[in-house]
Design a protein around this ligand. Structure first.
Ligand code: DHB
Ligand code: MG
Length: 604
């Protein structure tokens, strides 16, 4: 399918948007009228530039407030249209988007709107132009694509069809099934946008909060399947009004946008044949976390805490200043290579997949930047990718719970007896989650990255108050929860907002007691928190006293309970220990503000 993007999705000048769209690999462009009007470049030059770049100019938009008016206004509107059509001719664009009237309509009649669109069709015909009529979700009378189609059908003009915009349809909860009743050749254009479910007026929602496919809550693959089933074969075009993407780097956003379309085509192609939708190498979500890598100029402080938490040092790498600590399925790689002046931070994760080569091919098809790490002879080379925000993600082979082969490269350390590890409940058993921090402008991109490359799914956003501002959080996870990556957007003022690695265990009191004996300094929890626990959960005093003794936090949902505690901050990170009981599926979000306030007290 041809892939297009509306200029309104991107920041910068019209020429810059065109260059970025072409460089990212788009085939076509929707010219948003304000981008043209404010540009110094003439329509002829824009057309020539598009030709040079190999971009087709697929749509001119929007033409507003046309139908549903009285005759005098209609004549005005036709004159307005004629002037636009003349500009479109100079641009070489043959389709105009006419959106339903929101401002000047006074006549609520299919018959009148149809007759007026027919007259517009006659005018457009003379210019070799087609009219794609779109029902805006907030149209004065026509606010539903099914009514827009009724009107277009009634207009019965070869130059008049519909434009289907996923946002206007799905935001209103309109059933997209009726798309399949529209003849494909009468669907003149398809615009795609995702969005999070928000309770707000639909115009503001549309103008500020649209997202690229795969980043929000709408079922875009189903939407595309329906337009394809109807027989539509025109461009799939992104039209995403979003306050963030309008300010981010143009080239980066264009690449991000194209990734969303490539992902969407792949998703939509399932259970459809002969549509020309491009498929990606098959995707099986990762089965497990392979390792977490922490990088710093000096990792001593991190290793001290890992020891206090009961992890075991497994050895130094054969050829690099890299060390491995582990317990159960938790493997933490400490890397001092190329780390001058760097404080401890989460630099990479490894995930285990059954077919690393397929995932690697998939990532390349999605235009994800690879990372290269030198491997000496005999060392395992893991394919790696740079995720938005800078985390490196490596692909390891599924080891089915056994020690992965690369562990053998860490041999200059403990004797084999220790390598086997002491397995008891009072040990860390694995990594429960890795909490990653993003800036305000790359969280959505990160959601798409983990969705499209690794097949993780995103939970809806939640918000937690910290002393420095609200923290917005979404969790990327596998269905079984073996991989969980909460992505947090840090408040703007706290530039070095810490990330954390959460270890799981089966006996958190045991781990806490061991850590205390080994001198670990816990993140202190205020007494007020424990008073509140009594009120919230009707816990008996003895239980609360025991929690307080170890500075543990407590949460409960309908499935089970959650106990957790935190270490103090080490550089740009810290550790958490968690114990899930029964099928508790959260992250102690109700306690997050207590943790954030405690951290702010220690490091204001
Ligand atoms: O927000 C708007 O006005 C607007 C304009 C044109 C569109 O195609 C659209 O979906 C929305
Ligand atoms: Mg639209």
């Amino acid at each position: 399918m041809r892939r297009s993007i509306a200029t309104v999705c991107l920041s910068g000048s019209l020429a810059g948007k065109m260059d970025a769209a072409a460089a990212a690999g788009f085939d076509g462009l929707e010219i948003f009228e304000p981008d043209l009007v404010s540009s110094e470049t003439s329509p002829e030059e824009i057309r020539a530039r598009a030709d040079r770049l190999g971009l087709s100019l697929d749509l001119y938009q929007p033409f507003r407030d046309f139908e549903g008016v009285r005759e005098a206004e209609l004549l005005d509107n036709l004159r307005r249209a004629e002037a636009r059509f003349a500009v479109m001719r100079r641009l070489g664009i043959d389709t105009v988007l006419v959106c339903s009237n929101v401002g000047t309509a006074t006549v609520d009649s299919d018959e009148v709107s149809a007759a007026q669109l027919r007259r517009l069709g006659d005018l457009a015909d003379g210019f070799g132009i087609r009219v794609a009529f779109e029902a805006l979700a907030w149209g004065r009378y026509i606010d539903d694509y099914r009514r827009a189609w009724r009107v277009v059908e009634r207009a019965d003009h070869p130059a008049v069809g519909v434009c289907l915009d996923s946002f206007h349809i799905l935001s209103r909860g309109h059933d997209p099934a009726a798309i399949e009743d529209i003849p494909g050749e009468k669907i003149f254009f398809v615009q795609l946008a995702d969005a999070p479910y928000l309770s707000m007026d639909v115009l503001s929602w549309s103008r500020h909060h649209r997202l690229f496919p795969g980043e929000g809550d709408f079922d875009l693959p189903d939407f595309v399947r329906r337009v394809m089933s109807a027989g539509y074969r025109g461009p799939l075009s992104l039209e995403v009004f979003n306050d963030t993407f309008r300010q981010t780097d143009t080239a980066r956003t264009a690449t991000h946008a194209l990734r969303s379309l490539v992902w969407l085509e792949d998703q939509a192609s399932k259970s459809l044949t002969g549509t020309g939708l491009q498929q990606l190498p098959a995707l099986e979500p990762p089965s497990d976390l392979d390792f977490v890598e922490i990088k710093a100029e000096n990792t001593d402080a991190v290793e001290e805490v890992l020891g206090q938490l009961g992890l075991t040092f497994l050895g130094q790498h054969r050829t690099k200043p890299v060390r491995l600590w582990a317990s159960g399925q938790a493997r933490v790689v400490l890397n001092e290579q190329h780390a001058r002046d760097l404080e401890p931070h989460v630099a990479a994760i490894g995930v285990q997949v059954s077919e690393p080569y397929d995932v690697e091919a998939r990532a390349r098809a999605l235009a994800v930047a690879g990372v290269v790490r030198r491997a000496a002879a005999g060392e395992q080379r893991l394919a790696g990718f740079s995720a938005p925000g800078g985390l490196e993600v490596f692909l390891g082979e599924n080891s089915y719970g056994d020690e992965p082969a690369w562990v053998q490269e860490f041999q200059h350390g403990q004797p084999p007896a220790l390598r086997a590890g002491r397995q008891s409940d009072a040990n860390v058993t694995g990594v429960d989650h890795v909490n990653l921090v993003h800036t305000w402008d790359d969280q959505d991109e990160a959601v798409l990255f983990y969705t499209s490359v690794l097949g993780l799914t995103a939970t809806p956003a939640t918000e937690v108050a910290s002393p420095h501002g609200l923290v917005r959080s979404r969790v990327m996870r596998t269905a079984a929860g073996r991989i969980r990556l909460p992505l947090n957007v840090a408040p703007a003022v706290s530039t070095a907002y810490p990330e954390h690695v959460a270890f799981s265990c089966g006996d958190i009191f045991g781990v806490a007691a061991g850590a205390r004996v080994r001198g670990m300094r816990f993140l202190p929890v205020p007494n007020n928190y424990y008073d509140d626990l009594v009120a919230r959960f009707h816990l008996d005093q003895a239980t609360v006293d025991r929690l307080r003794e170890y500075q543990l936090l407590y949460d409960r949902d309908e499935h089970g309970t959650f106990l957790h505690f935190y270490t103090r901050r080490i550089g740009r990170m810290f550790f958490e220990i968690v114990q899930r009981s029964d099928d508790y599926d959260g992250y102690g979000a109700a306690n997050a503000h207590v943790r954030l306030a405690a951290q702010a007290r220690l490091e204001p």
